[in-house]
Design a protein around this ligand. Structure first.
Ligand code: GSH
Length: 199
């Protein structure tokens, strides 16, 4: 089986969660890291003009949640129960909502961007944290069983922890212990550590 995952050359966001899922599933893959210069030529060849893109034996799949769900279903990293699987997919969709709703600050001064992000944190993001916490049995979404949806949650929480969103503190989810525990459990998982410490 020849497998290639294409994404930009950094360990974060939609690319990281797919890399972690492939790694956890034990699927050897080419980690195709696309530069901004290469992207202009490659973009028209992708199904939806965006990455990540997964290619397996001549078949191409894009949309990160579809990629994650496929890996999860084929490698026992997604619930077998259809209702619970749909709940995991709802969590994954909500992470995409978060990414889409995060104020970018485009066309705003830094003060305006800060105000927009703080309002977002106190409102939409706080409700997101409540709803997501309610789905977590602990430490992972389904107790002791790690799923692809956990990897997606971990990836977004990691972005906050690492200060990727300026004006929002790394401690932003301290008031949600289930989110913190999930983050710590995924972060210390041997397969995840293995990915970050690979040679
Ligand atoms: N709905 C898509 C969104 C993909 C997406 O927007 N990818 C970004 C990187 S995270 C991208 O390719 N941006 C470059 C572009 O749109 O030209 C998914 O879930 O995979």
């Amino acid at each position: 089986m020849t497998t290639r995952l294409s994404y930009f050359a950094f360990d974060g966001s939609r690319g990281l969660e797919c890399r972690l899922a492939l790694s956890l599933a034990g699927i050897p893959f080419e980690d195709h890291r696309v530069t901004r210069e290469q992207w202009a030529a490659y973009k028209p060849q992708t199904p939806y003009g965006a990455m990540p893109v997964l290619e397996i034996d001549g078949r191409t799949l894009s949309q990160c949640n579809a990629i994650l769900t496929w890996i999860g279903r084929t490698h026992d990293l997604h619930p077998a129960d259809p209702w619970r699987a749909a709940e995991h997919e709802a969590v994954m969709c909500s992470v995409e909502d978060l990414r889409g709703k995060m104020p970018t600050g485009a066309g705003q001064s830094d003060e305006e961007k800060q105000a927009a992000r703080q309002e977002f944190a106190a409102g939409w993001l706080s409700r997101w944290a409540d709803s997501t916490s309610a789905q977590i049995r602990g430490p992972f979404l389904d107790g002791d069983r790690l799923s692809v949806a956990d990897l997606k949650l971990y990836t977004i929480l990691r972005a906050f922890h690492s200060g990727a969103y300026d004006h929002l503190p790394g401690s932003i989810f301290d008031a949600w212990p289930k989110l913190q525990a999930l983050y710590a459990a995924v972060d210390t998982h041997p397969a995840v550590r293995g990915w970050f410490t690979r040679g």
